[in-house]
Ligand binder design. Structure first.
Ligand SMILES: NC(=O)c1ccc[n+]([C@@H]2O[C@H](COP(=O)([O-])OP(=O)(O)OC[C@H]3O[C@@H](n4cnc5c(N)ncnc54)[C@H](OP(=O)(O)O)[C@@H]3O)[C@@H](O)[C@H]2O)c1
Length: 291
C-alpha cells in the first residue's frame, strides 16, 4: 500500500490527506492540537505528533505549512532528518515560502541526499478536496517519474519549472496576480455600490468577462454577503506571500509597485484583526468609506 506522510493539518494538508485516504493511500498526518487530531482521526489513516512519525518509511512526504518559520521548525527543529531509520523515498515542500528559505531547504535536502523539491500549489480548498490541484514544481519531470504518478492521484496538472527554486519563483508571482485581482475586484464592487449600481447586476457583468469571471464567480457572492468566515485561503497567507515577493525577490521592492500597494491593503486588514478570514476580506479595507 502506498504510504504518504503529510506535515500540516490545516485547510490544505487535511483536505489532501482525506482525499488520498479515500483513494486507498495510507496517510499519516502531523497534527499538533489534540482537538484537531480528534476531528481528523476517522478521516485519515493515522494522526501523529512528530514529523518523523509521519515520514518513517513513507513513499512520499508532503508539507503544507503556513510560512518559513513553521516549515523550519517542522523539518529541522529536532534534527530528525539525521536520526530517522527509514527515510522517505521522496519529499515535497508544497507550502508557499520565501525564495531564500526554499533555496536553503533544497540545499539541506541535497546534503541529506534526499529526493526533494518544492512544488507550491494552486486550487485552494476546493482543488484539494476534489483532487484537482495544480502544482508548480522546482524540478524537471524526467527526474521524478515515480513521484509524478503519485502526484497525479490528487493533482490535475504539475507544471515543471526545471530547477530548484523556480517553482516558488513562479508561485509568488502567480499569487501577486491573485492578490491584486482580488483587491481590484473588491475596490470596483465598493465603488459600483457607492454609485447606486446593484451588486447582483455587477456580478452578472463580471461573471461574463474573460478577465473577471474567475474572481467574480469564486468571491463575488461572499463579497455581497460580506461573509468571509469560512476561509478557503486565509488573508494572512496572502499577506505573507506578498511580503515574501517584495522582500526576497529581485529586483528590489520598488520594482513591485503593484505588489507593494496590495501588500498595504492586506496588511491593514491584518492589523484590523481580519487575518484568519478568507482573503476576500480585503474588501474591509474600504469599510472606512462605507457610510
Ligand atoms: N488554502 C489555500 O487555498 C492555499 C492554496 C495554495 C497554497 N497554500 C499554502 O499552503 C500552505 C498551507 O496553507 P493552509 O491554507 O492549509 O494553511 P492553514 O489552514 O493555516 O494550516 C496550516 C497548518 O499548519 C500547522 N502548523 C503550523 N505550525 C506548525 C508547527 N510548528 N508544527 C506542526 N504544525 C504546524 C497548523 O496547525 P494549527 O492548526 O495547530 O495552527 C495548521 O494545521 C501555506 O503556505 C499556504 O500559503 C494555501
Amino acid at each position: 500500500m502506498l504510504k504518504v506522510g503529510i506535515l500540516g493539518a490545516g485547510i490544505m494538508g487535511a483536505a489532501v490527506a482525506r482525499f488520498l485516504t479515500q483513494k486507498g493511500v495510507h496517510t499519516r498526518i502531523l497534527v499538533r492540537r489534540p482537538d484537531r487530531a480528534s476531528e481528523l482521526q476517522d478521516q485519515v489513516s493515522e494522526t501523529v505528533t512528530h514529523p518523523m512519525e509521519a515520514s518513517e518509511g513513507a513513499d512520499l512526504v508532503l508539507s503544507f505549512l503556513p510560512d518559513d518559520q513553521a516549515s523550519k521548525s517542522v523539518w529541522f527543529g529536532s534534527d530528525w532528518l539525521t536520526t530517522i531509520q527509514t527515510p522517505p523515498r521522496h519529499v515535497i515542500e508544497m507550502s508557499t515560502l520565501s525564495l531564500n528559505y526554499v533555496d536553503a531547504w533544497n540545499d539541506r535536502m541535497q546534503q541529506q541526499q534526499w529526493n526533494a523539491f518544492e512544488c507550491p500549489v494552486t486550487g485552494s480548498r476546493g482543488g484539494a478536496e476534489s483532487g484537482s490541484l495544480v502544482g508548480f514544481a522546482g524540478a524537471s519531470e524526467r527526474e521524478f517519474p515515480e513521484v509524478t504518478k503519485i502526484l497525479n492521484l490528487f493533482m490535475k496538472k504539475v507544471v515543471f519549472f526545471g530547477a530548484r527554486g523556480n517553482g516558488m519563483r513562479f508561485k509568488l508571482c502567480y499569487n501577486e496576480v491573485g492578490a491584486c485581482l482580488m483587491a481590484t475586484f473588491a475596490e470596483s464592487m465598493f465603488h459600483l455600490e457607492k454609485q447606486g449600481i446593484s451588486l447582483e447586476q455587477a456580478l452578472e457583468g463580471f461573471d461574463m468577462g474573460g478577465w473577471t469571471s474567475a474572481i467574480s464567480k469564486s468571491k463575488g457572492p461572499a463579497l455581497i454577503a460580506e461573509d468571509y468566515a469560512d476561509p478557503a485561503f486565509k488573508l494572512d497567507h496572502m499577506l505573507k506571500d506578498l511580503a515574501y515577493l517584495c522582500e526576497t525577490a529581485t529586483p528590489k521592492q520598488e520594482a513591485f509597485p503593484m505588489a507593494s500597494q496590495a501588500l498595504q491593503l492586506y496588511r491593514y486588514c491584518h492589523e484590523q484583526g481580519h487575518g484568519s478570514l478568507d482573503f476576500a476580506a480585503v474588501r474591509k479595507y474600504y469599510q472606512r468609506w462605507d457610510d
